[in-house]
Design a protein around this ligand. Structure first.
Ligand SMILES: C=C1C[C@]23C[C@@]1(O)CC[C@H]2[C@@]12CC[C@H](O)[C@@](C)(C(=O)O1)[C@H]2[C@@H]3C(=O)O
Ligand SMILES: O=C(O)CCC(=O)C(=O)O
Ligand SMILES: [Fe+2]
Length: 332
């Protein structure tokens, strides 16, 4: 279990968004058992169409590797604030505290955002208090999770009968793949809960711009997803599994058959929470267009053509909760 003993920071809590702590626990997250490949394929595609979200078990990723990474992250986040600040502010990579992105979004979260591109991975100017093996552990974790994501994308292609082989999975295996890795730490906030009975928003509602994201969190709740009927539900925590979510790029590549899932994190007032997320993104110059082999005769793309680099640029000009795909929808 993660124990972070840093005292609650005395910030002006009124400047953070809060919400009632009453979301229903969602007991129907689709569970994909990777040891049952035939059913897994079907379940993944069904989940991507209906929810844009599912949980993977029997994934084969070493719990020891996850524990090592978590322990390094715990040590980093437990450093004095001044020390951590020397690894930030993020631009976009590095250490960030309560500010998310470049356009004024805030959340009750501190984080480390890293690129997984070999040429960018170590480009954080100053990184104190982290074990010498941190980059090795991050590298191993990211390769393991990227491999798992590649497997899931191959299963999607097979189930949808789309080709050529690697048309989806190849995008995240290429060393030019513009994937990110993020460690988030949500501090507890007991004084707010006691005063108002409300919870702070740790990470405001948004969709992820990439192809798919793979999330693992410690055993503390907080992640919520938005169902297609617009209601928010709380995802039960499970530190041994991985949660996959469809990103905007996969929504476009499937011409809207899969929906990117809106999600947010509501802080748990008494317990700290840590999450590690791999955002599988394509190479910068990749055109994000519907896969030809998926399109029916006469079907037209719902979106204007754009490259991943163009979409990312536009995303970084947006606020967290904006509907980023809207700008690229074809006017009907
Ligand atoms: C407010 C922002 C943070 C973000 C870039 C953006 O301008 C809009 C998208 C945000 C997001 C959400 C998913 C990932 O956490 C993230 C790394 C990404 O690729 O898009 C973040 C961006 C960020 O924190 O830099
Ligand atoms: O920390 C989490 O559980 C989710 C955070 C998230 O959605 C993100 O970093 O994009
Ligand atoms: Fe996200």
């Amino acid at each position: 279990m993660v124990v972070l003993s840093e005292p609650v920071v005395h910030t002006d809590l009124a400047s953070f968004q809060s919400c009632e702590s009453s979301s229903d626990i969602f007991t129907e997250v689709p569970v994909v058992d990777m040891s049952d490949a035939i059913n897994a394929k079907k379940l993944i595609v069904e989940a991507c169409r209906e929810l844009g979200f599912f949980k993977v078990i029997n994934h084969g990723i070493s719990p020891g590797l996850v524990a090592m990474l978590e322990s390094d992250a715990v040590n980093f986040f437990a450093l004095p604030q001044q020390e951590k600040d020397r690894s930030g502010p993020p631009s976009p990579f590095g250490y960030g505290n309560t500010r998310i992105g470049p356009n004024g979004d805030t959340g009750w979260v501190e984080y480390l955002l890293l690129s997984t591109r070999p040429d960018l991975m170590l480009h954080i100017p100053y990184f104190p208090g982290i074990s010498e093996t941190f980059w090795v552990v991050v590298g191993e974790y990211v390769s393991a999770v990227a491999k798992m994501l590649k497997g899931v994308l191959e299963m999607i292609s097979e189930e949808l009968g789309i080709g050529p082989r690697g048309c989806l999975s190849g995008l995240v295996e290429n060393e030019k793949s513009d994937s990110y890795f993020r460690l988030n730490h949500y501090r507890p906030c007991p004084n707010l809960q006691a005063l108002s009975g409300r919870n702070l928003i740790g990470f405001g509602e948004h969709t992820d711009p990439q192809i798919m994201s793979v999330l693992r969190s410690c055993n503390a709740p907080g992640l919520e997803i938005c169902l297609q009927n617009g209601s928010w539900v709380s995802v039960p925590s499970d530190q041994t599994s991985f949660y996959f979510s469809v990103g905007d790029s996969l929504q476009v590549m499937t011409n809207g058959r899969f929906k990117s899932v809106k999600h947010r994190v509501v802080t748990n007032c008494l317990k700290s929470r840590m999450s590690m997320i791999y955002f599988g993104g394509p190479p910068l110059n990749k055109k994000i267009v519907p896969l030809c082999s998926l399109m029916e005769e006469g079907e037209e793309s719902l979106y204007e053509e754009f490259t991943w680099s163009e979409y990312k640029k536009s995303a970084y000009n947006s606020n967290l909760g904006d509907d980023r795909l809207k700008l690229f929808e074809k006017i009907k």
